[in-house]
Design a protein around this ligand. Structure first.
Ligand SMILES: [Zn+2]
Ligand SMILES: [Zn+2]
Length: 357
């Protein structure tokens, strides 16, 4: 079927590698009295969406049946269940796209991002948000204050990823933070670390254009690694930025092996390293340095309690600017174009306009 706005619930579907189509699916129904139906207005595309489009899988998640793509969305409430209290029809919301079971051990301990029964948008077998309508429980929708547009609302998803990473790193006022990778999540980590009071935030990337943007956006300085050992790059990074014995915090938002190595070497004794980027599943690792410097090493996965709320707060208070990251918007009918642009590394964040009611 071709893209047509007369469809009831036009959806953008991945069938196989580089095989996408538009399909008119039934309008979703409220699954229980706490659910709401949202008319999706804007959806950002990120590396994981492009990875499914290119490879049909990420690690053990394999697309077996046709799946709706997209998970970075904001929209307007169309319908509310009978028990919904905090939202009404017409409210503008950022949509948190992963529904936890609320019953398993991680859920009960407050880490619902680690839920063993997670139903996450556009992670097989769960459909994503690139449809006219999407259903979520009320408490996974975050009302946008007047000063936040729906376009910016779509950026609450990658911003929540960054909030979670910076919280994992326990960044506190006066600290020095090095962020590897100046893509959307890396840039947002720089902005959140600054908002948390870091005195120095240094962005590292191998593309000069990204560093130029990062410099203007939310860093105190930038660093381009040279083709020398990770140890040598770390030494130069420390020297150029007066980091003395090393940085307090290193965040990897690149997933690249040399960044991981440099991140470990750039830290001071007792520093904290957080892995946010997803690259190859196995790499070599400077385990001796991690041990002898007694580093705190942490992973970071999606977002959990309070992260979306804080993301909305950081933008509404003007502490983080997400508008600057939106570099293009395409029509719903041209959704595939957005994937091609992300793949080609064009712009920073491309949004797909939903089918507005
Ligand atoms: Zn994403
Ligand atoms: Zn759970």
């Amino acid at each position: 079927m071709t893209a047509t706005t007369s469809a009831k619930n036009l959806s953008f579907i991945l069938e196989g590698i580089h095989q996408v189509k538009f399909e008119d699916r039934p309008i979703p129904e409220l699954k229980n009295e706490h659910d709401v139906i949202i008319n999706v207005h804007y959806t950002g595309i990120c590396g994981s969406d492009v990875h499914y489009w290119e490879h049909g899988s990420i690690g053990s998640f394999v697309v077996k049946d046709p799946m709706v793509l997209g998970h970075e969305s904001a929209g307007i409430i169309k319908k509310v269940g009978s028990a919904v209290q905090s939202l009404k029809v017409g409210d503008r919301v950022a949509m948190e796209p992963g529904i936890a079971c609320r019953r398993c051990e991680p859920c009960k301990s407050g880490k619902y991002n680690l839920c063993v029964n997670m139903a996450f948008a556009a992670t097989p077998p769960y459909d994503g948000t690139l449809a006219k309508y999407y259903v979520l429980p009320e408490d996974f929708c975050y009302k946008l204050p007047e000063q936040i547009s729906l376009q910016e609302g779509a950026l609450m998803e990658p911003l929540s990823v960054a909030v979670h990473i910076v919280k994992q790193a326990s960044v506190s006022p006066g600290q020095t933070v090095v962020v590897f990778g100046a893509g959307p999540v890396g840039l947002l980590c720089c902005a959140v670390a600054t908002a948390f009071g870091a005195s120095q935030v240094i962005a590292v990337d191998i593309q000069q254009s990204r560093l130029d943007f990062a410099k203007e956006y939310a860093t105190t300085s930038t660093f381009m690694p040279s083709k020398v050992s990770a140890l040598e790059n770390a030494e130069r990074l420390k020297k150029e930025n007066d980091l003395g014995f090393g940085a307090d915090v290193a965040i990897d938002a690149s997933g690249a092996e040399p960044s991981v190595h440099t991140g470990i070497h750039v830290l001071r004794n007792g520093g904290t390293y957080v892995q946010g980027g997803m690259g190859r599943s196995e790499i070599q690792f400077p385990i001796m340095a991690a041990c002898s410097k007694e580093l705190t090493l942490k992973g970071s996965f999606r977002y959990g309690s309070g992260d979306y709320k804080l993301a909305v707060g950081l933008v509404s208070s003007g502490k983080v600017d997400v508008k600057k990251l939106i570099t293009g918007t395409v029509k719903f009918e041209e959704a595939e174009q957005a994937f091609k642009e992300v793949k080609a590394g064009k712009g920073i964040k491309t949004l797909i306009t939903g089918i507005h009611e």
